[in-house]
Write a new protein. Structure first.
Ligand SMILES: [Zn+2]
Length: 209
């Protein structure tokens, strides 16, 4: 099963990816993590990648595709994979099509107001890394585990969140059209388990094909 996961930051995409990798024994391939691993690998491709990353230049699609091709040929991808963070543009989706056929694209859907509410009230413990939410019951501003005062990440401030969502919308809308014949849309308004159930049923069906 070769999947792409689409969803805005704060939509619950990461949680869903974990549930899928757990039940279907396919790895999640996030291009950010993949780049970091490759750049430190010392291989020829890795060194080429590192030169782009070190100079702050955009990694060319051709190079990204070569790295991805290498990654999906590894043995843990024998049952498939979940791509996260790639493709981001139609051009990338077209190049991806030349190396592998994607079975399904899962779109995690949540209204932007809901995402904004979730993200701007998210608070982190600087001591133990615990994540809390100022809108949750019993919230005091101190960590529930260790008592340290919680803080808000810069990434979670309202203006930043709005910008991130705008960028997401601009990049993703064309991809939704591009993959319309294999798109599975799921709402993440409920709990992580409620979000996962329809996806699980859908993937079981896909697996049986
Ligand atoms: Zn803590």
């Amino acid at each position: 099963m070769k999947l792409i996961l689409l969803g805005a930051p704060g939509s619950g995409k990461g949680t869903l990816a974990k549930q899928i990798t757990r039940d279907f024994d396919i790895p999640q391939i996030s291009t950010g993590d993949l780049f970091r691993q490759f750049a430190s690998s010392g291989s020829k491709l890795g060194l080429e990648l590192k030169s782009y990353m070190d100079s702050g230049k955009l990694v060319p699609d051709e190079l990204t595709i070569q790295i991805l091709k290498d990654r999906i040929s590894q043995s843990d991808c024998k049952n498939g994979f979940i791509l996260d963070g790639f493709p981001r543009t139609i051009k990338q989706a077209e190049v991806l099509r030349t190396i592998t056929e994607i079975d399904s694209v899962i779109l995690v859907d949540l209204a932007f107001e809901e995402i904004i509410n979730r993200l701007v009230s998210r608070r982190i413990c600087p001591q133990c890394g615990d994540i809390d939410n100022a809108s949750y019951e019993g919230y005091t501003g101190n960590c529930r585990k260790c008592g340290t005062p919680l803080y808000q990440r810069d990434d979670d401030k309202l203006e930043t969140v709005k910008n991130r969502l705008e960028v997401y919308e601009k990049n993703t809308s064309p991809l939704i059209d591009f993959y319309s014949d294999r798109l599975f849309k799921v709402s993440s308004k409920g709990t992580p388990e409620e979000t996962y159930q329809p996806v699980k049923t859908f993937l079981k069906g896909l697996e049986a094909k």
